[in-house]
Design a protein around this ligand. Structure first.
Ligand SMILES: Cc1ncc(COP(=O)(O)O)c(C=O)c1O
Length: 469
């Protein structure tokens, strides 16, 4: 079995290696110029295990929209996850991997008619709704659907509020919609919610589960026997965030209000599984010094750095996901920090990654690393202005690999062991010949920040010239 439906190989890294050390080795080769991600599949594996162990009653249906990299989808499918699909395209992607239609929830409360017809024809029955028009469409196009009423219950703190777009009012609209579905003879099987993506308000899950319980009770009075509770997404995913508090709240609320155990409980985690698994490396390709206005001798007050990823690519999350990326300069020097801004590569002035940060002085050819870049980055990246979407180099730590291969029937020829040049350039687009990468690196030290360090080979035609005074 392959952990992907592509031929992409995965580098098994030795103990002690991290995404950062892999990045250092790749850029230390001097042949990599384009930005790239290092994706640690062990992180997704461990997070899946943590999710099901912390919330044993909750079955994850991964939100494909968050990151549809084939290796993520295949790994989660092999681990037994279900999938939350938002469209016909996502449904096809998941069915194409051999996942049963019953392991899919079409969790878009506003579905285009052709997508609804497609769900009907492929046997995807489980789907959400939050309004009467959707019920009318379902009645006409997929009358045997199993419907899940999406209610609104917003976290007080969340990275992205979703309630302004989806979810009916549980007290006023919920009962009316249940009655309308009953009148139409449709099968409503339960309740769903999404408290907001990147939830920073764990108690909201208790409020939402209670609101769902009340609708389960109401539904019983009009002849339904609800059997599914869908907790949606919202579980934070950045490096260092924890699921423990939310899990405690969820488990407590399930015990209190769904203690009898005959209700299937699912959730639609997206960012929790993938955010921390991706680290992005970007290269400074241009630089401007800004001096005080109107005085030619004024000191430099601010540096503008231009990197090869921006808001039309991976950093779309700055605009759409309210994400605040942190730049880690890989120079490894601790010199004077100067006020700086970091810009993407396009000609658009909106293409601003970091508006006002303190950074050490950087040169063209220096690299900035950004952690926790796996959620909503690749899926929404464009090639605006002709800049490519960053490629993905996949790694797995040796101990994760051992556990995964004991549990899953992984095919060994998909893995490359160690840190030879050929292992390091997997999935990337530079230096097709191993020789271009030099000898295989040992665990790499921080890159030199020595002022006289030679430029990397991909900058070899760049000739230093004396500045004009
Ligand atoms: C219906 C639905 N489910 C799940 C998710 C995933 O949310 P998260 O990434 O916060 O887990 C989203 C995100 O937009 C969503 O719209």
């Amino acid at each position: 079995m392959k952990l992907s439906n592509t031929d992409q190989k995965i580098q098994v890294v030795e103990p002690g290696w991290t995404a950062e050390s892999v990045i250092r080795s790749i850029i230390g080769s001097g042949v990599q110029e384009n930005a790239f991600y290092v994706f640690d599949i062990g992180e997704v594996y461990r997070r899946y295990k943590e999710f099901v162990s912390l919330m044993p009653r909750v079955q994850p249906f991964y939100a494909v929209k968050c990151n549809d990299h084939p290796t993520i989808l295949k790994l989660l499918a092999d681990l037994g996850a279900g999938f939350d699909c938002a469209s016909k395209g996502e449904i096809n992607k998941i069915l194409g991997m051999g996942v049963e239609p019953s392991n899919i929830i079409f969790a878009n409360p506003a579905k285009p008619a052709s997508h609804l017809r497609h769900a009907a024809s492929t046997g995807v029955d489980l789907m959400t709704f939050d309004n009467e028009m959707e019920l009318t469409k379902v009645k006409a196009l997929h009358p045997s659907a199993k419907l899940v009423l999406r209610i609104r219950c917003d976290a007080e703190v969340a990275q992205c509020n979703l309630g302004m777009k989806f979810g009916c009012d549980a007290q006023t609209e919920g009962p009316r919609l249940i009655r309308a579905a009953r009148f139409l003879g449709l099968d409503v099987v339960g309740v769903s919610f999404h408290v907001g993506s990147g939830c920073g308000d764990p108690p909201v899950f208790r409020r939402a589960i209670l609101a769902a319980r009340q609708l389960f009770n109401y539904a019983a009075t009009v002849g339904y026997r609800f059997r599914l509770l869908d907790l949606g997404g919202g579980f934070p995913g950045v490096k260092g965030s924890s699921l423990h508090e939310i899990a405690g709240v969820v488990n407590g609320a399930l015990d209190d209000w769904f203690g009898d155990g005959d209700v299937q409980v699912i959730a639609e985690p997206g960012r929790y599984f993938v955010a921390s698994a991706f680290t992005l490396a970007t290269c400074v390709h241009s630089k401007r010094e800004v001096r005080g206005a109107g005085d030619k001798d004024a000191a430099v007050s601010h540096f503008m750095y231009y990197i090869n990823e921006g808001v039309y690519g991976a950093f779309n999350v700055v605009l759409y996901d309210h994400f605040h990326p942190t730049a880690v300069p890989l120079k490894g020097c601790s010199g004077k920090m100067t006020p700086s801004s970091v810009w993407g590569p396009t000609c658009d002035s909106m293409d601003l990654v970091l508006e006002d940060v303190l950074l050490p002085a950087l040169d063209v050819g220096d690299w900035l690393m950004f952690e926790s870049m796996g959620a909503y980055t690749l899926v929404a990246s464009t090639t605006f202005n002709g800049f490519p979407t960053s490629k993905v180099h996949i790694i797995v730590g040796e101990s994760d690999w051992l556990q995964m291969s004991a549990e899953l029937p992984v095919s060994h020829d998909q893995f490359v062991f160690g840190s030879s040049a050929s292992a390091l350039r997997l999935g990337l687009d530079a230096g097709d010949e191993d020789e271009a990468w030099g000898p295989p690196p040992r665990l790499p030290p921080p890159l030199s920040c020595h002022a006289d360090a030679p430029p990397p080979p991909f900058l070899r035609d760049l000739v230093a010239v004396e500045p004009i005074n």
